[in-house]
Ligand binder design. Sequence first.
Ligand code: GLA
Length: 396
Amino acid sequence: MDIQALQQRFIERYGAADEPVFAFFAPGRVNLIGDHIDYSGGQVFPCAIEHGTTMLVRRSTDSMVKLASDNFDLMANLRQDELETKYDDHWINYPLAVLQQFRMAGVKTTGFECLYFGNLPSAAGLSSSAAIEVVTAYALNQLYAANMDLPTIATLCQQAENQFVGVQCGIMDQYAVAMGKEGHAMLLDCQTLECEQVPLALRDYTFVLVNSNQRRELSESLYNERVQQTVTALHLIQKRHSIEQLAELNISQLEDCEQLFTEHPVEYARARHVVEEQSRVVRAVAELKLNNLVEFGRLMYASHDSLRDQYGVSSDPLNLLVDLTRDNSDVLGARLTGAGFGGCTVNLLKQDRIDAFKETISEPYQNATGLTATFLDFAPSQGVREISLAPLQEVS
Ligand code: GLA
C-alpha cells in the first residue's frame, strides 16, 4: 500500500483534525552470519531490508492511546491506566512495551492515535516485532520530544521486548532495524555496541531470502530456553575463567573446561556454537572485505550446521532448504537466519541465476514438506526514518 492510501485509511479511521499526521518507517532485518550469539556478547553481521512497518501517528486532544493496524482486525483504544495490561500473544504488546519504557524513562505518555501497516511476512524470522517496536519508539521520541538517539532507542526497544513481551532477546534486531545503512551490513559487537558499517560489494552475486513458511511453534519458550542454557554454560566456565560473556572465550579455553560439563552436555554444545560462531563472523567479514565470497559462503554453511547440530534451533524444512543448495554450483552459501525454529534461509548466489535457483527449490520443497517456499529479493537498506506526507488536502 502506498503512503497516500495509508494516510487516507488513517483519516477514515480517526477523522480529520487540525493536528498534523506524521509518518515513520522501520525495516525488518536479515542476519548474514552470527546467530544466537548476540545475547552472549558476540559479534553479528545483520542488515536492514526494504520491507518493514510504516506507522502514521497524530497527537490527540485527550489522553487516550489508540492503536490500530491495517494488517489485523483488533484495535485498542486505551486509557492511560490500561496501558500496563498485556494482551495474549498479540502485536499490540509491542507498542505497549515501548510505551512502558518511555514512562520508565520519565516521559509522560500523552494521548495519540496511530495506524500501522507492515509488509514483512510475519513469523518469518525477519524481525517484524523489532520493526514495530523501533518505529513506535522513533515516532514517540519525536512526538514527546524525548531527545533519544538511535542507540538509546534500540536499547530501549530490547528492554521493552525483554521486560513486557517476555522474550529474552539480544540487541541485534533492534540495532539493525534502527541503524541500518543502505548498501551495507553492520558488524555489531553486542558487548560494546561498537558498530562498523561494511559495504556489501557482491559483484555478480546477491543474497536471496527463502521463507520456509513453516509455522513457528513454541519459538518464544524455546528461545528463552536457549538463553538460559548459555547462562548455565557461562556460570560453569566462570569457575575457571574470569569472563563476563561466553563469546569472549576461544575454542581451546572452552575445550579446557569440558570436564566441568560432564553433567551438562547440551550446555557444552551450546557454548561450542557460541565460541565457534563468533570466530566465523570475524573470519567471514574479513573474507568479504577481501572479496572472497567463496569463503564467506563456506562459513555460512558451517554456521547453519552448527545452529542445527550444536544449538538445536533448525528444523526439517530449514535443513531441506539449505540441503537443496549444497550441490548447486550457483550457490556459494546458505543458512537459516535469525532465531530459527522456522522462518527464512539466506542464500548467497549468482545474480543472474535467481530464477533457476527458485526452480531447484520450489518443487522438491513442496513435495517433501507440503509447504510452499516463497522468495524475497534482498536490498540492504536504511534503518528507521521519517517519511514525508503530502498535505491532507492533496489526498483524494
Ligand atoms: C532473534 C532475537 C535476536 C537474536 C536472534 C538469533 O531474532 O531477537 O536477539 O538472538 O534471534 O541470532
